[in-house]
Design a protein around this ligand. Structure first.
Ligand SMILES: Cc1ncc(COP(=O)(O)O)c(C=O)c1O
Length: 389
């Protein structure tokens, strides 16, 4: 009898390196983790209280309409106009079960099997998994590391074929901390128009940019409104990873089709989380400013500590997100997974290997600075001792 096998698509995909590394770190007593890109702060209390109120009032036990509560979509419309220069109606907003479900719904809605999806390298590793699971083909083009992981437009244009259907990227970038400037996003918009491509953009870190780097939404460019799917989340902005709540923004035509990919995945986003998200948008925004201050301080601290390890790592200063992507320059001959394992087992510091973040990720580690100051200090004290600095 033939062996019963799960799909080739699933077999060929590697389990998430980030989650693997964090699981391994959990088995090592006393390991200090810089591997999770997960806010260390709890969800602000006014958001928790609003969710509790909604439960007490009996508002959360039934499905919401599949696109999300109208009141929440109206609040999102106001936020998009205020902060993103995107002007839409509630019908152009889809509330999703985290940004990941939104990205999945977006990619599934635009690709046919075998279509190519262009992504910069390095890039958030989950994007590749979503493209593969959608039976499309991920095609990477390199970024220019020495220029802060800037987009390489020559490489991008050379990667376009008859099968290219979409460009997918995040901005600011996990894992590098790059923030693509408006000028570059306008160029992407032009290329997408010339080559008739969709643009799917993951704006998870929209509020976390530093040193005057400005976050710009490609979806605010009127000429590409009909081909952009903007993807946002509450996860990073309001420290709400566990609530699983985000949203997509797209034209009515795309939205009509995206509802067909969203609904069988989730029916609707968790209703209690939709009420929490509403409170997040309507409530005081000081928490976002406080998170920003915390990440900026941590970024500066991590850069100072990396400067001391100048024989081991070189790095590009992150201008956004809460991740950085130092290059391993120590001469040990190991690849990034081996190097990471060595740091975990011997120095008891968990980081994430660079390889899963795209073909130019090898030779790097991702370090996340969404940890407490004490965690970062302890991790780098250990690295200093380990490398004899
Ligand atoms: C770039 C990026 N997009 C999306 C996510 C996940 O967002 P969500 O929790 O809303 O699914 C992450 C989490 O690390 C991320 O770094």
């Amino acid at each position: 009898m033939e062996v019963l096998a799960v799909s080739r698509k699933v077999r060929e995909v590697q389990a998430s390196a980030i989650h693997k590394m964090s699981a391994l770190a959990a088995q090592i007593p006393d390991a200090v983790a810089l591997s999770w890109a997960r806010p260390d702060s709890p969800t602000p209390d006014h958001i928790n209280q609003a969710a509790i109120e909604a439960i007490k009032k009996g508002l959360t036990s039934k499905y919401s309409p599949p696109p999300g509560l109208l009141e929440l979509r109206k609040a999102i419309v106001e936020k998009l106009a205020r902060d993103n220069n995107i002007h839409v109606t509630p019908e152009e907003v889809l509330v999703t079960t985290g940004s990941i479900e939104g990205l999945f719904a977006a990619i599934l809605a635009v690709v046919d099997p075998g279509d190519e999806v262009l992504m910069p390298s390095p890039n958030y590793s989950t994007h590749e998994l979503i493209v593969r699971m959608s039976s499309a083909v991920p095609v990477y083009f390199p970024t220019i590391e020495e220029e802060g992981f800037r987009l390489d437009f020559g490489a991008l244009e050379r990667s376009i074929t008859k099968k290219t259907k979409a460009i997918l990227f995040c901005n600011p970038v996990n894992p590098t901390g790059a923030v693509f400037p408006e000028e570059d996003l306008r160029k992407i918009a032009e290329i997408a128009r010339e080559n008739n491509l969709f643009i799917v953009v993951d704006e998870a870190y929209e509020y976390f940019t530093f040193d005057g780097a400005k976050h710009f939404c490609i979806g605010s460019i009127p000429e590409v409104k009909d081909r952009v799917i903007e993807n946002f989340t509450f996860t990073k902005t309001y420290a709400m990873t566990g609530w699983r709540i985000g949203y997509n923004v797209a034209s009515l035509e795309i939205m009509e089709h995206m509802m067909k990919t969203h609904t069988p995945m989730t029916i609707c986003a968790p209703v209690v989380s939709q009420y929490a998200a509403l409170a997040a948008l309507k409530g005081p925004q000081d928490c976002v400013k406080e998170f920003h201050r915390h990440y900026l301080e941590n970024r500066n601290l991590m850069c100072e500590r990396l400067d001391k390890l100048g024989d081991v790592f070189s790095y590009q200063k992150p201008m956004g997100s809460y991740n950085m992507f130092p290059k391993i320059i120590a001469k040990g001959g190991e690849n990034s997974v081996e190097f990471c394992m060595k740091l975990l087992k011997e120095a008891k510091v968990a980081t994430t290997p660079g390889a899963p973040f795209g073909p130019t990720g090898e030779g790097h580690l991702r370090m996340s600075f969404c940890a407490s100051k004490e965690t970062i200090i302890e991790a780098f004290d250990r690295l200093d001792r380990y490398f004899g600095v």
